[in-house]
Design a protein around this ligand. Structure first.
Ligand code: GDP
Length: 444
């Protein structure tokens, strides 16, 4: 899994390595290769398009960090885009409800649904010390219920006794009642599969879901079916409120496309992957680790992360120099606000400045959030370049125009101007007190 993709991407980065500078053409050429590599790995076309577009935009728009090569920076960008595509954090089952928590397993026949049901039951029993019951609602496939009972014996997990001739909705009702009466923590319902997605299957699933009110609906799909797996997932996600996906046969020689497209196409996280036939062949899906395995460049990624931290200090120092010369204009303020927002609050420098302190307090008290910063940025963006360089040009008439243009009020414009004024005054004072050196020391 992922090997050929990993090799292809490795080749792309190899060609970028050691280059002193990358121009837009280099980046675009590299991204074209990334695109081909993803398509060959069977990633869905719209997902590839979106991925390449975002990564290219990032790579071209970004200023090059001093201590890394542009090639290394592109690795980091592709790494981050991969993680975003896969869904950043691992997502666990949400079973903290009044017991029994109900997990409903859905999927096509042969996807590995019954095996996965037993795998999850075993895992919850052994790792989370849950009391688990499984019930098969599959009355179509001969011996499906017996198969689950056998797996239950192997996994040492209880299964609902089989009553011949009972229909799925009735089995679900009986399972719920048993689980409740016998004090089970979790009930896992293995629903019937079909060879193809069809309306009868969907109707049956919906009827069961109405009765069982599941806390989790997990779709099981076979990774080996590649693009088909993605289509199946899309169909299911349009019909039932899935909470997650389990990809089976990740131990096979699938090219990985299903895993990479699943989140983007369904909007649902991959929660587990099946990696063997045996009952402990189930793993939590960790997007970061998977991205790391695909790129195989963890060291480059952390190098770039470190460099990015350093650059923030460098930027702050450059800004401080401008401020000390009394040249801190609205463009600088806008940059600073943008930085604060990206950093989830406060830039290294901004936190110490008077005007910004008010924003900081407002944010800390919950009275304001990102929106305040976005509005401030909008105000500055509605100024003309001349006004940004010389805010004192803003007379009453101009303020009204700016407020209208940014969808804010004149009061808000005034508040922003006051903040800028206070920041400038503070910087001038600081300069008198010892100038840049003093500021440098403050910045640490
Ligand atoms: P169902 O029809 O969806 O319930 O599918 P089953 O659970 O009966 O699985 C079909 C076959 O796939 C069985 O032979 C399983 O052992 C096998 N299987 C299920 N999950 C995995 C997996 O993650 N890896 C491998 N190698 N085989 C699996």
């Amino acid at each position: 899994m992922f090997e050929s993709l990993s090799d292809r991407l490795g080749g792309v980065f190899e060609r970028l390595r050691g280059r002193g500078a990358l121009n837009e053409g280099d980046v675009r050429a590299a991204m074209r290769e990334v695109r081909i590599a993803l398509l060959e790995a069977d990633v869905a076309l719209p997902v590839v398009r979106d991925f390449v577009e975002k990564a290219t935009e990032q790579a071209i728009g970004q200023s090059v960090l001093k201590s890394v090569t542009p090639g290394q920076q592109v690795v980091k960008i592709v790494n981050d885009a991969l993680i975003e595509m896969l869904g950043a954090e691992a997502v666990d089952l949400e079973l903290d409800v009044t017991p029994p928590a109900v997990v409903m397993m859905v999927g096509l026949q042969g996807s590995g649904k019954t095996t996965t049901t037993a795998k999850i039951a075993k895992r919850l029993t052994e790792q989370k010390r849950k009391k688990v019951m499984m019930a098969s609602l599959d009355v179509n496939r001969p011996a499906a219920q017996e198969q689950l009972a056998t797996l239950g014996t192997q996994a040492k997990v209880a299964t609902l006794p089989i009553v011949a001739g009972q229909q799925p909705v009735d089995i679900a009702r009986r399972a719920l009642q048993s689980a409740r009466l016998q004090g089970y923590d979790v009930l896992i319902l293995d629903t019937a599969g079909r060879l193809h997605v069809d309306q009868a299957l969907m109707d049956e699933m919906k009827a069961v879901a109405d009765i069982a009110k599941p806390d989790e609906i997990l779709l099981v799909v076979d990774a080996l079916t590649g693009q088909d797996a993605v289509n199946v997932a899309q169909n299911f996600s349009e019909q039932v409120p899935l909470t997650g996906v389990v990809l089976t046969r990740m131990d096979g020689d699938a090219r990985g496309g299903a895993a990479l497209s699943m989140r983007a196409v369904t909007g649902k996280p991959i929660k587990f992957v099946g990696v063997a036939e045996k009952l402990d062949g189930l793993e939590t899906f960790h997007p970061q680790r998977v991205a790391g395995r695909i790129l195989g460049m963890g060291d480059v990624v952390s190098l770039v992360e470190k460099a990015a931290e350093t650059i923030k200090v460098e930027e702050a120092e450059a800004l401080a120099a401008k401020m000390a010369k009394g040249q801190f204009d609205m463009n600088d303020l806008r940059n600073q606000l943008g930085q604060m927002r990206r950093m989830g609050g406060l830039g290294a420098l901004a936190g110490m400045l008077p005007g910004v302190k008010q924003v900081k307090q407002a944010m800390a008290s919950g009275a304001a959030d990102d929106k305040v910063l976005i509005r401030m940025e909008a105000i500055i963006s509605s100024m003309t370049p001349k006004e940004r360089a010389k805010p004192e040009l803003l007379n009453a008439k101009r303020k009204i125009r700016v407020a209208k243009g940014s969808g804010t009020t004149v009061q808000e414009v005034n508040r922003l101007l006051k903040m800028h004024q206070e920041m400038s005054t503070a910087m001038k004072k600081l300069k008198k007190m010892g100038g840049l050196k003093g500021l440098g020391a403050l910045l640490g």
